[in-house]
Design a protein around this ligand. Structure first.
Ligand code: PLP
Ligand code: LYS
Length: 432
């Protein structure tokens, strides 16, 4: 949970120097708020840990955690790379004038059109995921007489300790070339034969919301071992080792995440130690954090409405959003914490379910939350919602998706408008 929440004399939660209750009244709820200073600070933390190591590196923000034009503008200001996983994310980044050469393109089933978009816009690197992609990209590059930098996404056979849906590095995964069964070596042989593809490195991502460093240590060692094997077999050494993202954050007191400093330290020391053993040159190291950059910076504001009290059971405090703006509790049984943004100075009096307004019994945002006495009109702020909340939002039950506001240094700026009912029917066509 975000550690230092600040509030004013009225007991109002303050975000980025702005009164969150005023934000709720000004823009309406549900409302997604990002404290941009928190995003910038976290990027700086990652950078400073790498700077100390003396290694060449890149931080490539994983767009899927939260991607809008304004977010890409902040990333551009902070001078980091970004990865995209769809034509839509790529389009948004380009609309924001994010530098194309700092974009990596991921995806386990990129379409020909998406690959064409990547080539035509001269993006930095395509992270190739499968054999069909090698074929499609080769055809495109030949047709267009173009060249592109590529990496190979490998499935290293490492199972991260996290939710099953958040694991990606185990052998039985839909992502990447399997290392164990030699798919990876076959992919390497194919790519080395294609003059239009410049293979700059290898990539692997073991999963998301990971708390232990062991998986990253195993991954770092494995990638150096693969480099050594490929040097022997093919006289090819990847210049870049991209270890993906996955650095866990704290959503509740039960979570004990390790700071970026420890993750980065371990990754770097493991790489340094192993390249020395294998007499390899020091590689450039890339990481792709998503959640750890935007998660703690995000807050979802809701207005309290109806309430259901049941004898001898927790009451339901119902709010005006839910699984449409944050699917994570329903999908992963993810836990969050919340505060009453207009009652920060009031004592805790009860424990309640905080329930959404969607027509699903599973639409419970927080199963058990300690709260002061609440009443209709109170503003609930759910904490640490910045990653995979708005980016996974839907129009379920034909609810419009919320607005997004950035706050920083006492100022607020609307960066995504609230969807309207007209927006909901904009693409509909009559049948009769
Ligand atoms: C390839 C890749 N890179 C980076 C990420 C970002 O992960 P996280 O948001 O956990 O840092 C993901 C998501 O799991 C991913 O699939
Ligand atoms: N959407 C997931 C993480 C992303 C997984 C992508 N490989 C979550 O909210 O935890």
């Amino acid at each position: 949970m975000s550690s230092d929440l600040s509030s004013d004399n009225n007991g109002h939660l303050i975000l980025g120097g702005v009164d969150s209750v005023e934000l709720a009244h000004k823009y309406g709820t549900p409302l997604v708020v990002y404290d941009v200073g928190e995003i910038r600070d976290q990027i700086k933390r990652f950078k400073s840990n790498f700077d100390l190591s003396g290694l060449k590196y890149q931080i490539s923000y994983a767009s899927k955690a939260f991607a809008t034009v304004a977010m890409y503008q902040v990333l551009k200001q902070e001078d980091v790379h970004t990865d995209v996983v769809s034509g839509g994310e790529l389009y948004t980044a380009l609309k924001a004038r994010f530098p194309a050469d700092k974009i990596s393109f991921h995806g386990n089933n990129k379409s020909l059109q998406e690959l064409e978009m990547a080539v035509d816009n001269h993006i930095g690197v395509v992270i190739i995921d499968n054999f069909l992609e090698i074929k499609l990209l080769k055809q495109l590059l030949e047709e267009k007489s173009a060249n592109i930098d590529v990496m190979l996404r490998l499935t290293p056979g490492i199972s991260a300790h996290t939710h099953k849906y958040d694991q990606t590095g185990q052998v039985d995964s839909k992502f990447g070339f399997d290392v164990e069964s030699d798919q990876a070596t076959k992919a390497l042989e194919q790519v080395l034969e294609i003059p239009q593809m410049n293979l700059i490195g290898i990539h692997a991502h073991i999963g998301s919301q990971i708390f232990g460093v062991e998986g990253f240590e195993m991954l770092a060692k494995k990638m150096v071992d693969i480099s050594a094997q490929w040097k022997k077999q093919f006289d090819f050494v990847p210049k870049i080792l991209n270890l993906g993202g996955g650095f866990g954050i704290s959503y509740t007191d039960e979570d004990e995440p390790i700071g970026p400093d420890v993750f980065i330290d371990k990754i770097i020391s493991t790489i340094k130690e192993n390249v020395k053993k294998q007499s390899l040159p020091l590689p450039e190291v890339w990481i792709e954090p998503g959640r750890s950059i935007v998660g703690p910076a995000g807050y979802n504001l809701y207005t309290v409405g109806s309430r259901k009290d049941i004898p001898d059971m927790l009451s339901y405090v119902n709010v005006d959003g839910g699984m449409g703006d944050n699917i994570r509790p329903a999908l992963y049984q993810a836990k969050y914490e919340a505060v009453v943004a207009n009652k920060m100075n009031q004592n805790i009096e009860e424990e309640d379910h905080i329930a959404g307004k969607y027509c699903e019994s599973g639409d419970i945002l927080i199963d058990r939350q300690a709260l002061p006495k609440t009443e209709p009109g109170d503003i609930i702020a759910m904490l640490d919602t910045g990653a995979y909340g708005y980016s996974m939002a839907s129009n379920y039950n034909r609810n419009p998706r919320p607005a997004v506001v950035f706050v920083e240094n006492g100022k607020d700026k609307l960066v995504v408008k609230r969807e309207s009912y007209e927006d909901l029917v904009r693409l509909d066509e009559s049948y009769i």
